[in-house]
Ligand binder design. Sequence first.
Ligand SMILES: [Ca+2]
Ligand SMILES: [Ca+2]
Length: 183
Amino acid sequence: MGRVGRIMGQSSQSWMWQVSVLILAVHGAAVGQECPGAGDCCHAHPNPGCADAACCETVCAFDTLCCVLEWDGHCVGSARGVCAACPECTRDGDCDEGSACFRDLCVDGACRLTSVAYGDVDGSGGDSPIDLDDIFCVLDGFASPALCPNGDIHPCVRNGDIDLDDILAVLDAFEGANPCGCP
Ligand SMILES: [Ca+2]
Ligand SMILES: [Ca+2]
């Protein structure tokens, strides 16, 4: 849902609240009021503003909603473009090429996308890239995606969930399947 849609979709809020937020957004009245705010400028959080005052003010100067509504993914994207303190990534999960044929890594603040064999969710590579460790990885990811950030290989264009289909996909890959045509 778009950002305006999210505002308008908050049906539990009164129309007065919605109008107030929009007036604040249009006139920029809140710029600076949430700078610095709580939370890392480089990651999304539910409150407006973020801790690095200079970064916060720079982003809110052209995206007022970040200092009125919440510091969401749009604000993080802006921060990565304009704030020296925000590298392209700080963890593997920040990098998502979206394909089962690439492993997304964050190396020294930059996303590095490495081509992998289908099912090689732990990126071990080598002569036998798919082994028991990949099955264990995706099982760990089933419990907590952060434990296997590249475990979402089903469907071929990732759907954002590590679930039973991904576990079955790794088992298929273990037996030689390559439905996504990975190199
Ligand atoms: Ca592997
Ligand atoms: Ca999946």
